[in-house]
Design a protein around this ligand. Sequence first.
Ligand code: ARG
Length: 458
Amino acid sequence: MAQLWGGRFTKETDQLVYNFNASITFDQKFYKQDIEGSIAHVKMLGKQGILTEQEMNDIVKTLQEILSEVEAGTLEISTEYEDIHSFVEAKLIERLGDTGKKLHTGRSRNDQVALDMRLFTREAVKDTDALLKELLETILHIMEENTETIMPGFTHLQKAQPITLAHHMGAYFEMFKRDRLRLHDIYERMNYCPLGSGALAGTTYPLDRDYTAELLGFYGPTLNSMDGVSDRDYLIEYLSACSMIMMHLSRFSEEVIIWNSNEYQFVEIDDAYSTGSSIMPQKKNPDIAELVRGKTGRVYGALTSLLTTMKGIPLAYNKDMQEDKELSFDAMDTVKGCIALFNGMLATMKFNKDIMRSSANNGFTNATDAADYLVNHGVPFRDAHGIVGQIVLYCIEKGIAIDDMSLEELKAISPVFEEDIYDAISMETCVNKRLTIGAPGKDAMEQVIALEKEYLNQ
Ligand code: ARG
């Protein structure tokens, strides 16, 4: 047991209590942020004359050594310490004696841990954003190559109208683009430094909080010390953005699973991203997509868990807040891993364009356009809808597509039809006539692709 606070106690802590209370097994994950925060704190103490220049230099140098040794694996973070803060301070004191004991001047573990968690989350926000950008690049590439790849668009998982693969991919582009915007918003709100908040009420030392904030790349200090130590909103926002990312990835995974099924065969997942069955030799399973879909639950779980933890906490710091870490760390790793793996799977996935095309041909996806043809020839829409309904029924009975009907057959149902109906309901016409921005028509898609390219190059 190695604690920082034995002074007012007359008895050893019960071992089970100690274990229950300790956080080193998980908060060692932010040793780097902890040391960097301490270095900034000490530089500020030196600048303010609270530490001498010599003391400042000695502490900074030794902290840097501790950091590189931990990084190189030559200094092991031992779990005999209560938390990462105690470990770093103990190592410093071991090496510097009394000077090391001055590190914690004007600071509490409450503002220290608030800073560490914020720095760690800020890194996670940036990493997640960078991974999303790579995913968007993959999606945009598929879009550029597939503005003419016709496939059925679905509603209720029933074939609805023809679209293109570029258009379908474009929907996911929008989702992940919004996810990035959310991360940027969160960054803007969270990038303020809580260090200097002390235990809850600031400190009596003449700290320069602006300076510490600047050294750590923050926009400035947080403006209320009680909030500074007990705010975890930024983490909840991040977990909420992660939940949304996972929801999008999960929807996309669901489509990949359906498209990869024997019945659809719209895509083939690369061997490197598929798995086999231990008993059925013919199987090639979309496990990556299924796992991404499955892991969505645990990210939602982290969000719900932290929201619930925070809802009953009076100001300011309470130990409940130590529970902000384990599930958040898990969620961060999960989201980052899922984006990267999904991206790899998508980039190597083969699209069976012929199968997509014939699926669109054979699902009455041009029925709306047949009705629009009639409308353009003076038939009121509701009547046109009824006429095309009869045509579809006729086709279902004969096992053919609308395009397969002869002009005589069509005219028998409505005399309005003429030879130009075939062109009007061809898949190409159905897609390329949809030209308003956001629609699948090639020209509209190309405009959108140009805008998205510009966005990615920003
Ligand atoms: N391990 C603690 C946490 O994660 C650090 C802060 C401890 N502060 C305290 N007053 N016990 O929240």
